[in-house]
Design a protein around this ligand. Structure first.
Ligand code: GDP
Ligand code: MG
Length: 163
């Protein structure tokens, strides 16, 4: 089977924007099963001749901090089960948050390879914003701008290298 890349992170960091940049129009059709809440979207991508599946986690948003933490935890755990490599998305404009650190702990315990993607680095003046994310402990963060299509190739280089 194809390797699976899962995109994980708290709401609003830009997971779906990056997912769409990776898959282009290769959205997978997944049949809904009655009684099962679907909160993952599947697509496919290819990079350096390697075909892979991509999961965009998170279609449900719950208000409040407790709900948010529950949500990111549940998403991360689902994605971990299926993923061969995890893209952990964070937001350069918001900076490092408690919810990011919650997700990091779950991902770290999983032992799966993780690439940190720092989204919303929309211009070179923001490049310094990526450094605080080294503290997550997953190595070099990759600077991204989903809006501007910056860094997608670097992200895929890093992800495919860990497959
Ligand atoms: P998700 O909840 O993690 O899937 O995030 P979305 O992809 O839905 O994006 C959340 C918000 O961030 C939207 O308003 C996007 O337009 C915005 N956004 C996504 N990528 C970028 C980016 O690179 N730069 C900026 N400034 N905004 C972005
Ligand atoms: Mg989304």
């Amino acid at each position: 089977a194809r390797p699976v890349i899962a995109i994980v992170g708290r709401p609003n960091v830009g997971k779906s924007t990056i997912f769409n940049r990776i898959i282009g129009d290769r959205l997978a059709i997944v049949e809904d099963k009655p009684g099962i809440t679907r909160d993952r979207i599947y697509g496919s991508g290819e990079w350096n001749g390697i075909a892979f599946s991509v999961i965009d986690t998170g279609g449900i948003e719950i208000d409040g901090e407790d709900g948010l933490l529950r949500l990111v935890r549940a998403q991360a755990e689902l994605a971990i089960e299926e993923a061969d490599v995890i893209v952990f998305m964070v937001d350069a404009k918001a900076g490092l948050t408690n919810a990011d650190e919650e997700v990091a702990q779950i991902l770290f315990r999983s032992g799966k390879p993780v690439v940190v993607g720092v989204n919303k680095v929309d211009n070179l003046q923001r490049m310094d914003d990526i450094y605080e994310f080294y503290s997550l402990g997953f190595g070099d963060p990759v600077a991204l701008s989903g809006s501007h299509g910056i860094g997608i190739g670097d992200l895929l280089d890093a992800a495919v290298a860990k497959l």
